[in-house]
Design a protein around this ligand. Sequence first.
Ligand SMILES: Cc1cc2nc3c(=O)[nH]c(=O)nc-3n(C[C@H](O)[C@H](O)[C@H](O)COP(=O)(O)OP(=O)(O)OC[C@H]3O[C@@H](n4cnc5c(N)ncnc54)[C@H](O)[C@@H]3O)c2cc1C
Length: 324
Amino acid sequence: MLRVEGEDAPNVWTGTDFLHKVNAGESVDVGDKVVVIGGGDTAIDAARVARRLGAEATILYRRTRTEMPAIDEEIVGAEEEGVKIDLLAAPIEIYKKNGKATGMKCQRMELGEPDDSGRRRPVPIEGDTFDVEFTTLIAAISQAPDFTGFDEFIEGRDWIKVDEKQKTKIDGSFSGGDNVNLGLVIDAIFHGRQAASAIHEMISGEPQEFQQPQMGIIKFDKMQLSFYEGIEPVKVTEMAPDARLKDMQAEIAATISQEDALKESKRCMSCGMCFDCGTCWSYCQDNAIVKPFDKGGTYKFKLEFCNGCKKCAENCPCGYIEMH
Ligand SMILES: Cc1cc2nc3c(=O)[nH]c(=O)nc-3n(C[C@H](O)[C@H](O)[C@H](O)COP(=O)(O)OP(=O)(O)OC[C@H]3O[C@@H](n4cnc5c(N)ncnc54)[C@H](O)[C@@H]3O)c2cc1C
């Protein structure tokens, strides 16, 4: 919750409670003016659902748009649907009338020094406050899983800790996804795959291959962009904002065809991952690089022949080769 006076009112909800009610098919009356606090995916989803219930929706976020953790396309989608975003603002008091929350006092913020998360800390601008009215307030901040019944797995603020095979501290048990760190669907899927391999290894005794930890994001400065052919991205057909708002179940972005999916995959630049282009091999005059026997196999480096000229690394289009 917000830790703000007045948030116990019945029309102040958490983002997940609100979304759960709507998804469970409950009839939810939010009135005509919803304010959502937060800058993550839950805040965006809550505001977009409020718009579909016919309310005006405003998101209040204490930092700037750059620091919003929500996926950028989702923020754009929300704006297209008429969600307003009021940045650098935070609630400090909720006003109540007859037990219901009717509005709140907000503090204008500015950005200070970066905090532990690396994002610049919001700092109150003294004396700069303003009032906002609403019919429903949704607090979409600070989520955590419900660990009831899983106390023995928890390691303080780290929730459930796991090793690189997703093993927890308790033998024969594995964890992943939001239980170890709130993330994206793709993180949870990756953890699931790693854990499945680890469980198979435990039961069968057969050693499994595990994905290596990532070497970090390869940026354009490590790539040779001229190597790549410029290919336009496939355009996904999207419903017009007005039509989206009329249908809660509408799928906003259409699925792409198999042909388009293949076209999209051809745009992959394989950043940081060898894709067998052979450039390093053709630059090496010392026979220090051995081509793989099979297409797509790994190139081997015979360091005893390498004279350190760096040509392979400098010309590798995808930033795969690093010289130390
Ligand atoms: C509102 C919202 C919007 C989001 N938007 C995005 C987005 O746009 N893109 C994106 O990539 N990610 C998004 N995320 C994050 C993403 O949903 C999660 O990171 C992901 O779902 C985590 O997967 P998981 O399997 O760890 O947990 P979950 O998907 O939560 O699955 C856990 C399952 O376990 C069940 N469960 C819980 N307790 C028990 C129990 N004791 N016994 C049995 N079953 C139990 C739950 O009912 C649930 O079905 C969003 C999250 C939220 C809350």
